[in-house]
Ligand binder design. Structure first.
Ligand SMILES: [Zn+2]
Length: 394
């Protein structure tokens, strides 16, 4: 197994201390640490002990590093990307494309030589995502049932304009309408509610399980970024607000609008960076593309239930084959044989210390390893250990 180091992303929405503390790095309380990537994505490949990059190592010898089934199916790259996220400020509302949409969109944008900052499609892959909460976690996930959305839109007279529109229009037409509205109209229509709720928000009278808390938090963020209010604020009221408790898992398939709001998680996704954004961001928003790939269904959110592989291992499977997440919890002294697989795996030692038997190397959190197909390893836990493994279904 090859020891790998994750690639850190300092996006503005990231927290200041969680990731550097996890990685044992120093921090200044001002530089945001948003994500750590474990994988071979070109935008942030993991680094080996000798300084080489995992994407290079894999492309030098794809058959040995990925195995024949993965090479055939995924074209010489890892099927998945594993990340740790620390969400301090709400992320943009976003939707990820299906495989077909990504292939078409990437080809189209390549042929148009679009400015990289304006691109939706950085690769030709879909990006379904699974997240396991490492703390209390809040996110927006899919569209709420109509009655629930309408009851919030009718709660304050300041939203009458939007409540009426929502009643008159289909969900798709309503979303299209708010995204195509002039920013000054949205500003004018939403400012009074912002003023009304402001003191409740700053006095902590709004609960984080109330959609209006996130409406206000996003509105305050607009003010801080000196952006005008956008359609994303109304989306906070017509999307499901999900509270996910530590250890629970959520899956987001293609076409489902979502936004991470607060907390830390482990994310496992198809190996892609394709995001189409829909407001609450200073980044590029492509409304036409957003409307094209969004699925306009209301959904009741649910968590992914694990199956038990063994006494110390839970496995999370989702409706795509690109990735499977396993979580191992080992007691001190307990042994683990890394199962032999036909494809590659990435291991992340999240907490505790492990000893690889047969050699003198010790590992402690947050070490990560790349396991080639056909490779195995024997470990003994020196302390209580929490270990994650990413693999794919072949
Ligand atoms: Zn996403």
């Amino acid at each position: 197994m090859l020891k790998i180091e994750g690639s850190v992303k300092n996006y503005a929405w990231g927290g200041y201390g969680y990731i550097p503390m996890l990685l044992g790095k120093s921090f200044d309380g001002k530089t945001p640490f948003a994500e750590v990537w474990f994988g071979d994505h070109k935008a942030g490949p993991s680094v080996l002990d000798d300084g080489s990059f995992l994407d290079q190592v894999i492309s030098d010898n794809p058959l040995e590093n990925l195995g024949e089934p993965v090479c055939r199916k995924y074209g010489g790259r890892l099927p998945f990307l594993l990340k740790i996220l620390d969400v301090r400020a709400p992320l943009s509302i976003q939707v990820h494309p299906s495989k077909e949409q990504a292939e078409e969109g990437y080809k189209r944008e390549e042929s148009l030589s679009i400015d990289p900052a304006l691109r939706n499609y950085k690769d030709d892959n879909h990006k379904p995502e699974l997240m396991l909460a490492l703390s209390d976690f809040y996110l927006l996930h899919g569209f709420r049932q109509r009655d629930n959305a309408l009851s919030d839109l009718k709660k304050f007279s300041e939203l009458d304009y939007f409540a009426r529109l929502y009643e008159e229009k289909s969900l798709k037409d309503f979303v299209e309408f708010i995204f195509l509205q002039d920013k000054s109209l949205l500003e004018e229509k939403l400012r009074p509610l912002f003023m009304r709720l402001y003191s409740d928000y700053v006095n902590y009278s709004l609960s984080k399980t109330d959609n209006f808390y996130w409406f206000m938090r996003a509105a305050v963020q607009c003010e801080e970024d000196k952006r005008s209010f956008d359609a994303g604020l109304i989306m906070t009221l017509i999307m499901n607000l999900m509270y996910v408790k530590t250890g629970d898992v959520v899956f987001q398939g293609s076409g489902v609008p979502h936004a991470y709001l607060e907390g830390q998680n482990i994310e496992l996704m198809a190996n892609s960076d394709n995001v189409v954004r829909g407001g609450l961001t200073v980044k590029h928003v492509d409304v036409a593309e957003l409307l094209k790939i969004t699925e306009f269904n209301t959904i009741d959110p649910s968590t992914v239930k694990p199956s038990s592989v063994s006494e110390n291992c839970l496995e999370y499977r989702v409706p795509v084959k690109d990735f499977i997440l396993r979580e191992y919890q080992l007691k001190a002294g307990e042994k683990l044989s890394a199962p032999l697989e036909k494809g590659p795996c990435i291991w992340l030692l999240f907490s505790g210390e492990l000893e690889q038997t047969g050699c003198l190397s010790f590992s402690k959190a947050p070490d990560a390893f790349f396991q080639k197909p056909g490779e195995t390893g024997e470990f003994i836990a020196r302390t209580h250990v929490r270990l994650f493994r990413a693999s794919s279904e072949l």
